[in-house]
Design a protein around this ligand. Sequence first.
Ligand code: 9UX
Length: 69
Amino acid sequence: FIGSTTFEVTGMTCAHCVRSVTEEISSVAGVESVTVDLATGNVTATASQPVDRADIAAAVDEAGYALVP
Ligand code: 9UX
């Protein structure tokens, strides 16, 4: 994706979860900002260069959570 995209992430239950997911996704090359809504699991990421969705999924997995397909 490029621009702004919203993903759904399951398993986040606290502010530490939000921090972990935010940091992992932020480390993906090309990602410029990450916003997480804990209540809904919605994660909005922005990128100014193409980012592969699979890299986001891998980052979410690395943090210990799951990206809804
Ligand atoms: Mo958010 Mo935890 O936990 O073990 S980081 S519930």
